[in-house]
Design a protein around this ligand. Structure first.
Ligand SMILES: [Ca+2]
Ligand SMILES: [Ca+2]
Length: 495
């Protein structure tokens, strides 16, 4: 009986040796990939709102490189995430509008390899939880392990905040549930669990946080931490008069109308800030777990939001536009193995399309050849390093925004344009596209527009509010080039 025991023991010891020698032979960094849904620049590290409370993300931004001029590839969950996770711009793939994932023909996706799948093929173990892809949990190859949070009915605190009728989605108020019953808490707990395990291979851990996405609801304590009065964003009443009709058609005037009629904007802003703090709290739990783990010195952390959010600017709510509020996003990369040459943010215009190549480069993995973007390794080593390509955002075929360090140029499918000079006009109030002084700048930026446009992948699926070259007939106000009566009544400054 003794011999088998000894051989079992020696096998066990041998396997331990193999495990540790494997680890010694594979010094590649782990990846902690944190996706946030609908978070704009109302964070401490981007300075978009004076009362926001994001201590955990602020600390990460100080330790890593804070990209303060980062932009999404598309201003909606589905096309933004498809671009980032497959490394392909909407005008290259045809994934322009808001597709629910299962509606995309499989053969279209099969042309590409997702970021987690690329890491898996390279010998990483991939773990995912919460919202990473839009509307699905990833295909067979994406994850070794995927965690879907348990669903609890969230109970809204009675007579607090604001709710539009009985809409569960258009709710802006505290919840009374235990913290553990919220999906983001469970998703963060799963991330903490993965970080507490013993890993014999490098890992790619994706944590998908859903707040501050609608409904703007979260635990009471995050409301209590905010001041009594919430500072509103700066809004110019007549901001839309110099915006072309395609741009006007993207504005969510209906939401603004309801919030103003119901005197609800302050409650909306308060709830958005509370949900941002709640997201920060859950991300902080994961970051603390990483710091306390044996992986702290060899794990790259990347945090990004899929797009920004209008909170009344240009009379709009939500995303779905090509302006700064919709395209600008939080984006932080912390590589504990690198000491940046200067301890300051990177102000270069960067696109989230660069994440794919950056993470592959930092991990010594070859990105698939088709993948767009550029590795940001040089900017991580020295945030002052220039990046000579603008950040492109696409919203429907034919509508593009080109953002560089000082300007935003927008061209819609009908040839109409906007140009904003961020050196003087960070709110994008004054469209100078027709100003002769800017002719050369405009020509330079227009020269960056994509030369080819992939056809739309599939017609007849969920398309959301896209007014584009494929469906110019969709927006009535665009056809008639006049505002409906209710808009004129509500917004006399627009005429
Ligand atoms: Ca989103
Ligand atoms: Ca304007």
């Amino acid at each position: 009986m003794k011999a088998p025991l000894i051989s079992t023991l020696s096998l066990f010891v041998a396997s331990l040796l193999v495990t540790s020698s494997l680890r010694a032979e594979d010094p590649r960094p782990n990846i902690l990939f944190i996706a946030i849904d609908d978070m704009n620049d109302w964070t401490g590290f981007l300075g978009g709102h004076p009362q926001t409370l994001t201590p955990n993300l602020d600390r990460l931004a100080r330790r890593g490189v804070n990209f303060t001029n980062a932009h999404c590839s598309a201003p909606a969950c589905s096309p933004s995430r498809l671009a980032l996770l497959y490394g392909v711009q909407p005008y290259e793939s045809g994934f322009y509008p808001f597709y629910d994932h299962e509606q995309i023909p499989l053969e279209s996706l099969a042309r590409y390899i997702s970021l987690p799948a690329t890491f898996r093929r390279a010998g990483y173990k991939s773990f995912g939880a919460g919202k990473i892809f839009h509307g699905h949990n990833g295909l067979g190859e994406d994850w070794n392990e995927y965690h879907q949070p348990q669903t609890f009915d969230l109970v809204y605190a009675p007579n607090q905040g604001y709710q539009q009728g009985t809409s569960e989605k258009m709710a802006f108020c505290p919840t009374t549930n235990r913290l553990e019953e919220h999906p983001d808490h469970q998703v963060a707990s799963y991330g903490i669990d993965v970080l507490s395990r013993d890993h014999s291979q490098p890992f790619f851990l994706a944590v998908g946080i859903v707040k501050p996405h609608l409904a703007f609801v979260c635990p009471q304590q995050f409301y209590d931490a905010l001041p009594d009065r919430i500072t509103p964003p700066k809004i110019r009443e007549d901001d839309l008069v110099d915006v072309p009709w395609v741009g006007r058609s993207m504005v969510k005037l209906q939401d603004d109308f309801r919030f103003r009629t119901d005197n609800a904007w302050e409650k909306v802003h308060r709830s958005y800030l509370a949900c941002i703090s709640w997201a920060d709290y859950n991300i902080g739990r994961v970051l603390d777990a990483l710091e306390a783990s044996p992986y702290a010195d060899n794990t790259i952390v990347v945090v990004w939001s899929d797009h920004g959010y209008h909170q009344g600017e240009k009379r709009s709510f939500r995303k779905f536009s090509l302006w700064e509020e919709s395209t600008r996003v939080p984006f932080i990369v912390f590589d504990p193995r690198t000491n940046p040459a200067v301890n300051e943010p990177c102000t270069e215009a960067v696109s989230l399309i660069h994440i794919y190549r950056t993470l592959c480069d930092l991990s010594g993995i070859s990105a698939p050849e088709y993948v767009s973007g550029t590795s940001l390794r040089a900017q991580l080593e020295n945030p002052r390093t220039a990046l000579n390509e603008p950040a492109m955002t696409t919203w429907g075929r034919g509508n593009y925004s080109v953002r560089d360090d000082h300007f935003r140029y927008i061209r819609y499918y009908d040839g109409t344009e906007e140009l904003y000079d961020h050196r003087r006009d960070t709110n994008e109030w004054r469209n100078v596209a027709d100003d002769a002084d800017y002719a050369k700048i405009k020509m330079r930026l227009a020269g960056q527009l994509p030369r080819n446009e992939a056809p739309l992948i599939q017609e007849g699926v969920a398309l959301w509010n896209v007014n584009d070259a494929d469906r110019p007939q969709r927006i009535k106000s665009f056809k008639t080039k006049s505002w409906p009566a209710w808009v004129k009544k509500m917004n006399p400054a627009l005429k």
